[in-house]
Design a protein. Structure first.
Length: 109
């Protein structure tokens, strides 16, 4: 694992109207990872071209990141790039590594 990434969670702050602030994130861990691109696509929405790249991020197993539903609320910060996490997979339930299925480009990740 040769890339340093930050796993971030929503900070839970609120804007002036009392709504959750989607731009406020806090780093919950900085870990070593392997980041690999899987596929890319382009589509047109509201007369704008949107690009999306899917990635597989491999990290060492940590129990706090093993819950797939909880991890979908988090994101990965890799340098200046932001990846949305869609799934957390413990391959063969061996508790050695976690495969994080991510996307980049359609919104803030």
């Amino acid at each position: 694992m040769r890339h340093r990434v930050q796993i971030q969670a929503p900070a839970g702050t609120q804007d002036a109207l009392g709504q959750p602030d989607p731009a406020d994130w806090s780093t919950i861990a900085t870990v070593w990872a392997d980041v690999g691109s899987l596929s890319g696509r382009e589509r047109i929405k509201a007369q704008a071209t949107l690009h999306e790249v899917t990635h597989l991020v491999l990290i060492r197993y940590q129990a706090q990141f093993a819950d797939p539903l909880a991890m979908t609320k988090n994101r990965i910060l890799y340098g200046a790039r932001v990846f949305n996490i869609h799934a957390s997979i413990d391959a063969d339930e061996r508790h050695e590594s976690l495969q994080l299925s991510c996307s980049e480009g359609m919104n803030n990740g």
